[in-house]
Write a protein that binds this ligand. Structure first.
Ligand code: MF3
Ligand code: CO
Ligand code: CO
Length: 257
């Protein structure tokens, strides 16, 4: 496993790509409403990404047919936008954007509520965001990679939720998916040490039931669903390891953090 250490110019390129990915989510936020299709969300994001001088990393990636992933309710990740999937009051949705700007990849996703959602759904979404933040806060130079998964698991443990294991965060840079795999649970294996200049995503997927297993849609070969039909939530940021801790490369000014 080779984890690349990014130099100053590469880090600057990654900051720009990360910022644009976050701003794509800011841009799409007001359009994510009941009666809108995920196909329309995709098309608006696609145009926005081009308008920022970027291309979508997902369009054509291993045959993925769209410019963003839209994962509704029991869809864990890799949902394919469609004009036939129409958002309804009470749904939860993840929109996952990855852009390429001058060869650098920025990858981030957020959850959205469609109108009024059940209290259980609201808790799942908020706790999943908190789990991501716990993982991010564990990032510092010289600690082992497994500290991230441990921090997430330690927080999630008190709810009877399932942490998805088949999909992980990943190194990112001039490629979409680089080493290392970033697990969102305690693997009981310390893993490599983090060093300044490493860049990877943290993107926990948390299921409303203790069942963490998933399956991939047989027809479209992409859509990942919870095995038992439970709701699933995910948040994602791209993170740089700094001399003192971390920098979130996919924060937008609008997020105010
Ligand atoms: N953005 C996803 C990730 O966080 C990957 C999507 S790949 C696709 O790693 F092909 F499904 F778009
Ligand atoms: Co990712
Ligand atoms: Co992503």
């Amino acid at each position: 496993m080779t984890i690349t250490i990014k130099n100053g110019a590469e880090i600057e390129g990654m900051r720009i790509a990360g910022r644009i990915a976050a701003e794509t989510l800011d841009f799409i936020t007001p359009f994510i409403q009941a009666e809108v299709s995920t196909g329309e969300i995709n098309d608006r994001c696609h145009e926005y990404i081009l308008s920022r001088g970027c291309i979508s990393a997902t369009l054509g990636y291993r045959g993925f047919p769209k410019s963003v992933c839209t994962s509704v309710n029991d869809v864990v990740c890799h949902g394919i936008p469609s004009y036939e999937v129409i958002l309804r009051e009470g749904d939860i949705i993840n929109v996952d954007v990855t852009v390429i700007k001058e060869g650098f990849f920025g990858d981030t996703s957020r959850m959205y509520f469609i109108g009024k959602c059940s209290e259980k759904a609201v808790h799942l979404v908020e706790r999943t965001k908190k789990a991501m933040m716990r993982g991010i806060e564990a990032v510092k130079p010289h600690v082992h990679l497994n500290e991230i998964g441990k921090a997430i698991e330690e927080y999630i443990e008190k709810f009877s939720y399932g942490i998805v294991r088949e999909y992980t965060g990943h190194g990112i840079g001039r490629h979409f998916h680089e080493d290392p795999h970033v697990f969102h649970y305690d693997t009981r294996n310390s893993g490599p040490r983090l060093e300044p200049g490493m860049i990877f995503t943290i993107e926990p997927m948390i299921n409303m039931s203790p069942e963490w297993e998933t399956f991939v849609d047989k027809e479209d070969k992409w859509t990942v669903r919870t095995k038992d039909g439970a709701l699933s939530a995910q948040w994602e940021h791209t993170i740089l390891v700094t001399e003192t801790g971390y920098e979130i490369l996919t924060l937008s000014p609008q997020e105010g953090k």
